[in-house]
Design a protein around this ligand. Structure first.
Ligand code: SAM
Length: 331
């Protein structure tokens, strides 16, 4: 536990207070100090290493109604795709030749039963030496158990926003359901990845403070914190996008509160040109797209996502060069 003095504020990470977090978020005069402190903690924990993961978005079918998301179940014009298990295993094994962790992400698509997903994970683990992270949404305890027993290592399920009213208005279901799912995941021994969006319509700095405290309370091992980006075909069309600078402040605070937590420079933040800054403000992870090209454009959760047709190895070499310019090394 540590105490940080940032301008007039004292942040006690043993007993973090929502008012202090919200005040820091509002006050831009302490940004330099905040970013410096976050980078220092990140460097103490991870040196100059950046963990690079490959993410495969294997299905854009989704039963959920998330108001911000371009693949939600109501998007009648979305062109849907599903990768067949063999195709997914092959793509994951290829990804594992370049990256040590493969993330399998999809909409909430119950076409893939727990047994199917377990079979996919088992086959990947037999053929490749890599950690497997699942990011497939909410399932029952038993379903999560089947996936864990098959060898899945980590599970990414963001709480999205810690404000119960805002959560309900965006999802049409209560926040508790999401938090319960996170607790099932954590209880089974997965490394838990949580996280939330910054800049959702109606969100305040006080809510962001609650978001940060939720990460601490739920004991996340990883947290994806990225700006909201308005999708033109969703009910939130025309809303302002989340601010990249505010996102960096939230990320930096997460680093101070959770020194060991894996914090990616999220794809949404990279869309806003924030990767370099994120890596200097507390982020220690990068997720590289490894979705087969023909599907990349269709996984249209928000606009501006990179759908470039570059072989994985080349993409990785390019990233290593960018990291070297920042004196960072890909792991
Ligand atoms: N179905 C899985 C789940 O619910 O965790 C994973 C897929 S979901 C599309 C992955 C993430 O995309 C969500 O956790 C959400 O934070 C993010 N996302 C969706 N729409 C977004 C938007 N418009 N702006 C920023 N992030 C968005």
């Amino acid at each position: 536990m540590a105490q940080y003095t940032l301008g007039n504020y004292i942040l006690d990470t043993g007993q973090p207070r929502a008012e202090v977090l919200a005040a820091i978020l509002k006050d831009d005069s302490i940004n330099e100090e905040l970013f410096y402190a976050a980078n220092k903690v990140k460097t103490e924990q991870y040196g100059n290493l950046v963990f690079v993961r490959g993410i495969i978005e294997f299905s854009n079918y989704c039963r959920c109604l998330c108001a911000y998301c371009g693949i939600n179940a109501r998007m009648k014009d979305a062109v849907r795709y599903r990768m067949a298990p063999d195709e997914l295993v092959e793509a994951a094994v290829d990804t594992a030749k370049v990256y040590r962790t493969v993330i399998l992400q999809s909409g909430e698509d119950c076409y893939y039963t727990a047994e199917m997903l377990a079979g996919i994970v088992r086959r990947i683990k037999e053929k490749a030496q890599c950690a497997v992270t699942l990011s497939i949404g909410e399932r029952s305890l038993e379903e999560y158990r089947i996936m864990k027993q098959a060898g899945a290592d980590r599970f990414l399920l963001k709480h999205e926003t810690a404000n119960a009213a805002l959560y309900q208005s965006l999802h049409g279901v209560p926040l508790e359901g999401r938090l319960d799912a996170q607790r099932r995941i954590k209880g089974l021994g997965f490394e838990l990845g949580g996280g939330f969006m910054v800049g959702l319509p109606g969100q305040t700095d006080e809510i962001l403070a609650q978001d940060l405290l939720t990460l601490v309370r739920e004991g996340v091992d990883m947290a994806g914190i990225g700006p909201f980006i308005a999708h033109p075909d969703t009910p939130l069309r025309g809303s302002a996008d989340g601010n990249a600078h505010k996102t960096l402040k939230v990320l930096a605070l997460a680093r101070l509160l959770l020194p060991k937590c894996h914090l990616p420079s999220t794809t949404a933040l990279n869309v806003k040109g924030g990767m370099k800054n994120a890596l200097l403000c507390g982020a220690n992870v990068i997720m590289q797209k490894a979705t087969p090209y023909e599907y990349r454009k269709l996984y249209d959760i928000y606009p501006g996502r990179d759908a470039k047709d570059i072989p994985l190895r080349e993409q990785y070499e390019e990233l290593k060069e960018k990291l070297a310019e920042l004196n960072l090394t890909a792991e």
